[in-house]
Design a protein around this ligand. Structure first.
Ligand SMILES: Nc1nc2c(c(=O)[nH]1)N[C@H]1C(S)=C(S)[C@@H](COP(=O)(O)OP(=O)(O)OC[C@H]3O[C@@H](n4cnc5c(N)ncnc54)[C@H](O)[C@@H]3O)O[C@H]1N2
Ligand code: MOO
Length: 406
């Protein structure tokens, strides 16, 4: 049985980057670019006013009175130079006329329409210099960068309308089991509704991939093989259920009889132990356990980092923080236990409590939580002791506007 880290290493070693595709700048959001993006021009392109006010050459000031000889809104240019004693009314963003180097905001002058008196002035003030944001020729967004809204804005400012990004990973998802019905049906005795296909598809979308739902394979070798074959059009295959030691667990046999090579089976963890990873036709195949929590937790640990790596991301693992236990915790078992926990923050301390019953069939234990507490084998912690927690989302660190007293 391999450890979580050994399994992660063995899998990630096999995951190569997908090809790239050209998309509009907008569709690049949350994706990774394989290219350096170099500024084609200075930004801003010229010295310009940072305020609505009046501009002039500071060196030509002899007294606080200046004649206003023009008006310059943003979008227009004045090429005629100013003489000493002259000013131009200028709006924010307009380029400074020749011989001007200083702006005084409207609030700091007495305005007599065709002349002004300066109430306060400082040489060079309120001017944004050419190239102070970005210099022509500079690598502004390096290859491998994740494109956030600010990168989208900068690329647009650099005149870019389309760019190369790594392709989204297409992930075929297969549920297995004669007991499964698709959502929309009411369970009859012995049956239950397939939820794993949808939680896993949502995890794929959340990671930036594209799920391809293959439906449900019946508990036969033939049906399982047929469905897996259909999934090989995708970049990854994720199967759930049928990977344990039951008489009707056909997933491993199906992969092998299709010529796949199982790299490992079983990871030393709870939940998620009976997980297998294989390569079939060069495609990574993840056989995740069927229990709904085990399926989602093993996706988090093994599939999500793989998809991110394939899509060009450098940072592929969720953050791990140290948190104080709100109550005592114990792992009597011999495997590391990833306990679903609810993390909160008080000042600079993280606090965590278990979400209760940890049965891996209990999807509500994930709904109640936002992290996985890592309890080593045969360990015991008192309330207040520190444990490591893998954060599944950081929504708990966001805030609300405090209510006002009425
Ligand atoms: N003798 C042993 N039995 C089991 C072991 C073991 O080591 N020895 N491991 C247990 C563990 S841990 C897990 S996890 C499960 C995994 O088994 P499978 O991957 O073969 O999963 P199934 O038996 O097909 O299903 C388990 C459970 O999950 C429900 N399920 C399955 N698919 C779905 C789905 N798409 N949506 C919702 N629920 C699903 C299924 O009905 C079962 O209740 O094996 C243990 N047994
Ligand atoms: O994967 Mo099983 O659900 O470890 O409990």
């Amino acid at each position: 049985m391999v450890s979580i880290e050994e399994a992660q290493r063995a899998i990630l070693k096999e995951i190569s980057q997908l090809q790239t595709e050209k998309v509009s700048v907008f569709q690049g959001l949350n994706r990774v670019t394989p290219e350096d993006h170099i500024a084609p021009w200075d930004i801003p392109p010229a010295d310009n006013s940072a305020m609505d006010g009046f501009t002039f050459g500071y060196a030509g000031l002899t007294d606080s009175r200046l004649n206003v000889v023009g008006f310059l809104p943003a979008g227009e240019v004045r090429t005629a130079p100013l003489m000493p004693g002259e000013a131009v009314k200028i709006m924010t963003g307009a380029p400074l006329p020749p011989c001007c180097d200083t702006v005084v905001p409207i609030e700091d002058v007495e305005d007599h329409q065709d002349w002004i008196r300066l109430k306060a002035v400082k040489a060079g003030n309120h001017v944004r210099l050419r190239g102070e944001d970005i210099r022509e020729g500079e690598v502004v967004i390096p290859a491998g960068a994740l494109l956030r809204p600010q990168e989208i804005g900068m690329l647009s400012a650099m005149g870019c309308t389309s760019l190369a990004v790594y392709r989204r990973a297409r992930v075929a998802i297969l549920s297995t089991g004669d007991e499964l019905l698709e959502p929309g049906s009411t369970p009859t005795p012995g049956k239950l509704v397939n939820s794993n296909s949808y939680s896993l598809a949502a995890q794929v979308i959340d990671a930036g991939g594209e799920p391809v739902l293959l439906g449900i394979a019946a508990d036969t070798l033939e049906s399982t093989k047929e469905k897996i074959l259909a999934g090989l059009n995708a970049d990854f295959v994720v199967i759930t259920g049928g990977v344990s030691v039951g008489d009707r667990d056909f997933v491993k046999a199906a992969i092998e009889s299709l010529g796949g090579e199982i790299t490992f089976w079983k990871v030393n963890m709870k939940p998620g132990k009976p997980l297998a990873f294989a390569l079939l036709d060069g495609k990574p195949v993840f056989a995740l356990p069927g229990n709904p929590v085990a399926a989602m937790v093993s996706f988090e640990l093994f599939v999500r980092p793989s998809l991110l790596q394939a899509m060009g991301h450098k940072n592929i693992l969720r953050p791990v923080v140290k948190a104080e236990l709100r109550e005592a915790a114990v792992n009597k078992g011999g495997r590391p236990h990833l306990v679903r926990g609810l993390v909160s923050r008080e000042g600079d301390r993280y606090l965590v409590s278990s979400t209760g019953d940890q049965s891996s069939g209990r999807l509500s234990s994930l709904i109640l939580g936002n992290g996985l507490i890592k309890l080593p084998p045969e360990s015991r912690f008192a309330a207040g002791e520190t444990v490591e927690v893998l954060l599944l989302d950081r929504g708990f660190e966001m805030g609300q506007l405090e209510a006002t007293e009425t």
